[in-house]
Design a protein around this ligand. Structure first.
Ligand code: ZN
Length: 99
């Protein structure tokens, strides 16, 4: 039997900011792990844990604002890496948001 190519078979992930369940290509993955730093991973290939955010709308910006603070970053045990990630995300948005 040939594999089905229905979009319903696409892996889905939940945006950690707005809790929307979306197909992975519609989300931006952030890869990393506690203590090792976090980085935007638009190709979805980096090792480590993944945090997913909607690519459109305000989720990336709102998430950045959260992890910039120690309290917001504590949710993912980011510590100082949260502020670093926020910088990387705003650089990513400036590069990607040109549509
Ligand atoms: Zn979202």
């Amino acid at each position: 039997m040939p594999p089905r190519r229905s979009s319903a078979a696409e892996p889905q992930r939940t945006c950690v900011q707005c809790r929307a369940l979306l197909a992975k290509p519609r989300l931006l993955r952030i890869a990393g792990k506690p203590g090792a730093g976090w980085t935007p991973d638009p190709s979805g290939i980096l090792p480590g844990r993944g945090i997913y955010l909607c690519r459109g709308g305000d989720c990336i910006r709102r998430f950045s604002a959260r992890v910039r603070t120690a309290k917001g970053g504590a949710r993912w045990k980011m510590g100082a890496a949260g502020a670093e990630l926020a910088e990387r995300l705003s650089a990513f948005e400036q590069g990607a948001g040109k549509t």
